[in-house]
Design a protein around this ligand. Sequence first.
Ligand SMILES: *Cc1c(COP(=O)(O)O)cnc(C)c1O
Length: 341
Amino acid sequence: MQIDLRSDTVTRPSTGMLKAMMSAEVGDDVFGDDPTVNALEKKCAEMFGMEQAVFCPSGTMTNQIAIKVHTQPGDELICEQSSHVYRYEGGGIAFNSGVSVRTVQGDRGRLNPEDIIPNINPDNAHFPKTQLVTIENTSNRGGGSCYSTATLKAISDICRKNKLKIHLDGARIFNALLVTGGNTLELGSLFDSISVCFSKGLGAPAGSVLIGNEKFIYKARRIRKVLGGGMRQSGIYASACIYALDNNIARLKEDHRRAKILESCLSNQPYVEKILPVETNIIIIHLQKTLETDTFVNYLAQNSLKAVSTGPQQVRFVTHLDFDDEQLAKACDILENFKKM
Ligand SMILES: *Cc1c(COP(=O)(O)O)cnc(C)c1O
């Protein structure tokens, strides 16, 4: 039995999803002719109470388009130091937008509202113009941590009062909403743009939408084309995303439940120094200093359990829709047996 907990992106489309893909009505989306893509975009915009949406191949692209549309070269954006947009998008902020980044140390990937104002540059020719704040919910490097709705409101208020744009990297936004109980319409009212991923916990093979107002999405479509993200009969993919929205949101709580069980199993192991509090489907552990990370990760791999190291002494496990209770029991056994070596 192979158990792959490297990421929630490793899932394969289910039979139901494949069926939806096989029967999708399609057209050339660059001409605006793909009815399934149009339906997905409309569904997402309505879900978050925003005007429009644009379908893209990846979450990296939706984030990078948002940053490009919200800024001019030479501007600056503020984000938490462990943000995906800064650490895991290949330097795209500099490459695509010519924007500098003011990183701020927050709490497990979450930006503290009180850290925004001190990091806004004065309106003076010496300084880059602070233009945008990006928020990540759930935070990937923060171990799947979530913002409370109150904190998001506070951040949004500060941005609006200070004329800053605000973008939400909502790659795992449905994991967050299940835990914090906020709703999508309320969330939509707090941001100028939101990106959502379908290839994470929602289990689609690819796809992300960027949501915003009409003017923003008009510009976003142009940038999508420039980046090579204009796809043709992409309704094949969009149908998988619609299927995911209709069928795979509520079940994320199963991933959260299994993540909590893994957390309690790991918390008993002598080789684990600490575990970031598990809120959603990501578990990040810190290994005891005496244990080499590679030794541990290789032991897991030899026992058919895949996990990734995300830094010195750090190992990450992510639960997902192809990880069931039987695999969970086996994973706990494997983790349990390490100390006996
Ligand atoms: C996965 C992820 C993305 C987008 O990644 P892609 O692989 O390009 O779809 C963006 N933000 C966060 C927080 C992510 O975890």
